[in-house]
Design a protein around this ligand. Structure first.
Ligand code: Z5A
Length: 212
């Protein structure tokens, strides 16, 4: 696999991690901090932040969908990513904005690859094709034991309802991706207090703003 495409304009930051790790909390806090600093920021998420993506999200997460072929699931997430990158992420980066996304390609490598045990290389090839191989400048992985993460949530969707072993493989999947490319990742212990995590993220993002 290639090193991918980094946007020359804007700044692309992703949040990744298992259920309940605090991605939504931390992406919102980073968004608010950047706004206070006068940045133009777009906060977005996968799956489901486009009109077609909303439909795809319903299919992949609704327990009523029942069993899907693993390949169908991977293709539905890839379709959501293609819509998201083409219609949301790339236009904002082209305008020179900071784009923060709550989940991106690493989620499919971890869930559909490591979790479902599809061939990770094949899942990656599809996801990279879907996204034009666009890579984040920084990916923040919030690492949490899946039992603790699932305890933080009130309900269970199709993916959250998978076995603990599935979620353990997903966690390891994120950690392996981060270990392979430490310059573009920040791994944080998601058990730390919210403000402490937010501070570590700001520290890492601040120098990147100089180039955006
Ligand atoms: N998925 C996939 O399989 N393939 C893909 O390519 C993509 C996604 C893109 C999307 O679910 C699902 O799709 C997801 C992966 C799969 N798996 N599932 N299910 P989603 O978008 O509905 O949900 P999520 O992304 O998994 O987020 P989440 O589970 O809702 O959690 P979170 O955003 O990481 O956490 P949070 O909402 O910020 O916090 C959860 C609770 O913990 C809340 O009460 C907070 O107040 C609390 N919290 C947050 N931080 C802390 C700290 N530091 N200490 C204590 N408590 C905290």
């Amino acid at each position: 696999m290639s090193a991918g495409v980094l946007s020359e304009r804007g700044l692309f930051v992703c949040f990744e991690g298992g259920e309940g790790a605090g991605k939504s909390t931390q992406s919102r806090l980073l968004h608010d901090w950047l706004l206070e600093r006068g940045e133009t920021v777009l906060l977005t998420f996968e799956p489901g932040d486009t009109s077609v993506g909303k439909e795809l999200r319903r299919i992949v997460l609704d327990p009523a969908t029942g069993d899907l072929s693993d390949r169908t699931e991977a293709l539905l997430y890839a379709a959501d990513k293609a819509e998201h990158v083409d219609h949301v992420v790339l236009p904002a980066l082209a305008r020179g904005e900071v784009v923060i996304t709550d989940r991106y390609v690493d989620s499919t490598l971890a869930y559909q690859g490591a979790g479902r045990t599809l061939d990770v290389g094949e899942v990656e090839a599809v996801a990279r094709w879907a996204t034009g191989d666009l890579r984040p400048h920084l990916t923040v992985v919030l690492d949490l034991d899946p039992e603790a993460g699932l305890d933080r949530l009130s309900g269970r969707d199709r993916i959250e309802g998978q076995s603990l072993a599935f979620h353990q493989r997903v966690r390891q999947g994120f950690l392996d991706l981060a270990a392979a490319d430490p310059e573009r990742y920040l791994v944080l212990d998601a058990r730390a207090p919210v403000d402490e995590i937010a501070g570590s993220i700001r520290q890492r993002v601040a120098p990147l703003l100089e180039r955006s």
